[in-house]
Design a protein around this ligand. Structure first.
Ligand code: ATP
Ligand code: MN
Length: 457
């Protein structure tokens, strides 16, 4: 069906012309001689008004049904009621797909919780229309950012044999049935599809490093999986993970890259999605524009973990979790630092080695590693990164301390054997970035079908 996108009509591109538009009826109004439709085809947040002349079109009642899919032929004219607006005087209307009265999305504003019960329909609301356009623009902007800087886009495997950090939060991949004849673990795995234990990758970093040690600058962008049962507003079992990895780079280079990336993609959303941001400002986060402008214009804070702990201990707050040196920062701590103390994005750096992964570069103090988390107001951690340990002996030692299998990491260790160099990277939680930019406070509302513990639809 050849037709014109509504966003083009609204941009005055076809004034005075005969056009065909298609879309879904988002509201309608009937009066004596004319009726009005608000039509949306998904290309813009704003609806297009269609004027139906009853003398010309006869009985228009079938065209007015909320949710119906229609095709409209007509002339693009200046809006009668709205200064500077556009509308269509219809000459012919066809109902392409009817929509019965029990359509679950009625005109009133539904809560996000209620809309979660109908993921197949909720994208037809203004909120999700805006979320998904911003999500798409953000993804495109990330690709542009890295492509313009000559990073190679790498596709890392989703099925993996290693579990990255030895953490027990990996989904298993198996073709075994409900019951198997194997009673010992080794036989069980040996007789499985891959002949060994396999899982869904929690991160593309290990393979990303392989690519970076040849191509210099790479990024991956795809799903990662975490079988963590944390039922929070910012954890998914399947999330979108963007992971750059850079050779001949140290921690400050990684921080500079992350800050530049965040500023670039936010500036792009401000340029390309003004209507969506105005919508989020009005309905979800007062001060959103100012927040985003500030991010683009001011420097992020870099704060040593040790200073962060001091800051938390001095704070006049009753912490639920301890905040002594050596403790991992909890959400309450992260939010206090980024929201109350700085009200800006904060890179916390140089964490105690015991609470971070084996592959992070050990600092000269013998106690900390060159790691960084980027904390942002409202969401908390959106980036976790580090310089990687490039020294083979130190890396082996860190693995031994953690009781890890050296054999399982042969490929990874080879990168330190053959032409090792300082390198590093980070992982950005893409869905959390979408939350941050839109002001949507639950991660379940920024994906088509969110996967969380106990929830698979
Ligand atoms: P958190 O402490 O919030 O659970 P993490 O430290 O386990 O996160 P990393 O391994 O550092 O996460 O992953 C890099 C980034 O990926 C995080 O900063 C976050 O933005 C995102 N991320 C990690 N786990 C999840 C998840 N379960 N759902 C959504 N995003 C996630
Ligand atoms: Mn992290």
């Amino acid at each position: 069906m050849k037709h014109i996108d509504i966003v083009e009509i609204l941009a005055h591109e076809h004034m005075g012309k005969e056009v065909v538009v298609c879309g879904w009826v988002r509201s309608s109004r009937d009066s004596k001689n004319v009726a009005f439709l608000s039509l949306n085809d998904g290309t813009s947040l704003e609806h297009l008004q269609v004027v139906l002349d009853k003398a010309l079109l006869g009985d228009v009642s079938a065209y007015l049904r909320l949710g119906a899919a229609v095709r409209v032929e007509g002339t693009v004219v200046d809006s009668y009621a709205k200064e500077g607006g556009v509308e269509i005087n219809a000459t012919a209307v066809v109902v392409v797909g009817e929509c019965p009265l029990e359509y679950p999305l009625q005109k009133k504003r539904h809560t996000l919780e209620y809309l979660r019960t109908m993921p197949q329909l909720r994208l037809r609301t203004n909120t999700f229309n805006a979320v998904f356009r911003v999500r798409s623009v953000l993804a495109g902007a990330l690709h542009r950012f890295f492509q313009e800087r000559r990073f190679a886009y790498i596709h890392t495997p989703l099925i993996t044999a290693s579990d990255c950090e030895g953490a027990g939060e990996m989904f298993r991949v198996t073709t075994h049935g409900f019951q198997t004849p194997y009673t010992d673990e080794q036989a069980y795995y040996e007789n499985d599809f891959f002949g060994k234990r396999a899982g869904l990758s929690v991160s593309g970093q290990m393979e990303g490093e392989v690519a970076a040690m040849a191509l210099g600058k790479i990024y991956t962008f795809g799903p990662s999986f975490r079988a963590e049962k944390s039922n929070t507003p910012r954890h998914l079992a399947e999330f979108w993970h963007l992971e750059p990895e850079v050779a001949f780079a140290e921690l400050p280079d990684i921080i500079e890259l992350a800050e530049g990336m965040i500023k670039y993609v936010i500036a792009e959303v401000m340029r390309l999605c003004p209507a969506e941001l105005a919508f989020f400002e009005q309905h979800f986060e007062k001060g959103l524009h100012e927040k985003l402008r500030n991010i683009v214009e001011s420097d992020f804070v870099v704060l040593d973990y040790t200073d962060a702990i001091e800051l938390l201990q001095k704070a006049d707050v009753e912490w639920q979790y301890p905040c002594d040196w050596g403790c991992d920062l909890q959400t309450e701590h992260e939010r206090y630092i980024t929201e109350k103390v700085y009200n800006r994005p904060v890179f916390v750096i140089n964490y105690p080695k015991e609470i971070k992964s084996f592959y992070m570069k050990q600092n000269a103090d013998g106690k900390t590693v060159a790691a960084t988390d980027l904390l942002v107001p409202g969401v908390g951690e959106i980036i976790g990164g580090s310089e990687r340990e490039a020294n083979l002996d130190k890396l082996l030692e860190a693995m031994q301390v953690r009781g890890m299998s050296i054999d399982a990491y042969g490929d990874y260790l080879d990168l330190r054997r053959f032409g090792s160099c300082p390198h590093g990277g980070f992982g950005l939680g893409f869905d959390r970035l979408v939350m941050y930019v839109t002001g949507i406070s639950n991660i379940r509302d920024v994906l088509l079908y969110p996967r969380t513990v106990g929830n698979l639809r």
